[in-house]
Write a protein that binds this ligand. Structure first.
Ligand SMILES: CC(C)(COP(=O)(O)OP(=O)(O)OC[C@H]1O[C@@H](n2cnc3c(N)ncnc32)[C@H](O)[C@@H]1OP(=O)(O)O)[C@@H](O)C(=O)NCCC(=O)NCCS
Length: 164
């Protein structure tokens, strides 16, 4: 995936980050969010992500085709070295191995930031995301039954973990 370049997200990326995420909010169970994000909301979200929890974007031919984020897993101090990973690609950028490039960059950023464990909550039916995380070295550590509800049905979650 040599034509994909990773970089830290800037506030000017808020619109494309929102557009990519809003597509999946509206059309899929990949996220339990149900209401689309505004550009202003994503700008504020980007500002909350400092060096310990960066947001990265993947660029191909100068166009942002995906984003990934490290987010605190828990607010209590004992969770300080555990982060959640999230990856979303533009619909026409899926299925080409770019997700693993984004996730690998997040893993590297987590090492640099001094994190110890990374977790991902993945809807059990999201084969692409489960395959991607396994390829990068994550293991299944949990299964949560019927914890989500979207599109009038109950949804199971798989918890994936990578200890750094
Ligand atoms: C999940 C995601 C980040 C994975 O990244 P990706 O670059 O598409 O993944 P890959 O190209 O490495 O594909 C991984 C595997 O899933 C399969 N796959 C990819 N897209 C798929 C799709 N839409 N439907 C079914 N399988 C798919 C691939 O065939 C591949 O398996 P294979 O190599 O054995 O054939 C990306 O597909 C995406 O952004 N999806 C929508 C948002 C999402 O689900 N985000 C994760 C939330 S937890």
């Amino acid at each position: 995936m040599s034509d994909v370049r990773m970089r830290r997200a800037q506030s000017s990326d808020a619109a494309v980050i929102a557009a990519i995420y809003n597509h999946y909010i509206a059309t899929s169970t990949a996220t339990f969010d149900t209401i689309g994000k505004t550009v202003e909301e994503r700008e504020a979200w980007l500002e909350q992500h400092g060096d310990a929890h960066p947001v990265l974007v993947a660029e191909r031919d100068g166009v942002v085709v995906g984003w990934g984020a490290l987010t605190p897993w828990g607010v209590r101090p004992g969770w300080a070295h555990t982060a959640e990973v999230t990856v979303y690609l533009a619909p026409d950028a899926t299925g080409q191995g770019i997700g693993a490039v984004v996730l690998s960059a997040l893993v590297e950023a987590a090492r640099v930031a001094g994190h110890h464990a990374l977790l991902s909550q993945i809807v059990a039916e999201n084969t692409a995301s489960l395959t991607m995380t396994e390829r990068v070295g994550f293991e299944r550590v949990g299964y949560l039954r019927s914890v989500g509800r979207k599109f009038d049905r109950w949804i199971d979650l798989v918890v994936m973990e990578l200890v750094l």
